[in-house]
Design a protein around this ligand. Structure first.
Ligand SMILES: [Zn+2]
Length: 313
């Protein structure tokens, strides 16, 4: 009965093996930095931060961002209509762009890389945009540019602060110049926010690079970085090959920017992010006296020491 031994038995074994590994995959994730295995529920409860090494570099999807950010996990998605032709160049490479879009939409349940929502933050009405790195590397496209502009327009119309969580590899090459032109569109939208005195806060998360860093992500009234997030225009390897110098180990990480580049005003751990933004908005909206920030408390100390450090650098 060789066929039982050689064919049927391995087949049965592989069936069981597949099921158990799928089960493991559905229950555990691996930390991108320390490689520790973490229960998904524990990871979510810890705000998608590694409980072992405090890494903030795992992908966080926009809906998860919104759940952590808005009061009582209550928010409404603003879903602007997508362009009639979202593959204007009929781009074909290894994969057809149309198929990539279809796959990304299925995977993320979003129409493009930027998702906009509005809701309340400590009772204040706010508009918030978050980027999904899972959507073609969080790249900036016609539709995501449109979502950003619509979000800014909503914030202006409803006089709410606009908060953006960036995570992107840059402009989407499949849309070429049309994607690059979104840098101008989003920059103009930020100018409109400023012209209307709408507070605009950017939280730079891992990784933020290319055309997104070179446009709306660098234009916040206040720029907050998450710990260890890589933020830059060109990647470290390209810079190293160009300048032919050894770069510091933490080059382009948010802590490095805080010390050296002036691009970031403060680095804030995710567990303090919500309370920090609440305090900043209360100050920006003049709802509280500036004195409130010097009150004792972890978050306040965090703001004071890091901001002071940046000014004295
Ligand atoms: Zn870790």
């Amino acid at each position: 009965m060789n066929w039982i031994k050689n064919f049927l038995k391995p087949k049965i074994k592989s069936l069981f093996k597949k099921k158990s590994s799928e089960l493991e995959e559905s229950l555990w994730i691996t930390c991108v930095d320390c490689k520790a295995l973490i229960m998904k529920d524990e990871f979510k409860d810890n705000l998608f931060v590694c409980p072992k090494c405090n890494s903030h570099r795992a992908k966080v999807e926009p809906r998860d961002r919104f759940s952590m950010f808005f009061d009582n996990n209550h928010y409404e998605i603003l879903d602007p209509p997508i362009a009639l032709n979202d593959d204007p160049l009929n781009f074909k490479a290894k994969k057809n762009y149309k198929d990539q879009l279809k796959e990304a939409r299925r995977k993320t349940n979003q129409s493009d890389s930027i998702l906009v929502a509005h809701g309340k933050l400590e009772g204040m009405k706010v508009t918030c945009a978050a980027m999904s790195f899972s959507f073609i590397g969080g790249s900036l496209s016609i539709n995501s540019g449109h979502a950003f502009v619509e979000g800014a327009a909503y914030a202006i119309k409803n006089k709410t602060p606009f908060i953006v969580f960036s995570a992107s590899g840059g402009a989407r090459m499949q849309e070429s110049l049309l994607a690059l032109s979104q840098m101008t569109r989003t920059t103009l939208a930020v100018s409109e926010l400023k012209r209307n005195n709408i507070p605009y806060i950017v939280v730079l998360t891992h990784p933020t690079s290319g055309g997104v860093t070179a446009s709306f992500a660098s234009l916040g009234d206040i720029s907050i970085g998450e710990p260890g997030a890589t933020v830059g225009f060109a990647g470290a390897r390209v810079i190293k090959d160009t300048v032919r110098e050894t770069l510091p180990k933490s080059f382009q990480e948010t802590e490095w920017h805080l010390e050296h580049s002036g691009m970031i005003d403060m680095v804030v751990e995710r567990k303090y992010l919500r309370s920090t933004i609440i305090k900043l908005l209360q100050i920006l909206l003049k709802k509280k006296e500036t004195q409130a920030i010097s009150d004792s408390g972890d978050v306040d100390n965090e703001i004071n020491t890091k901001t002071f450090k940046n000014q004295s650098a």
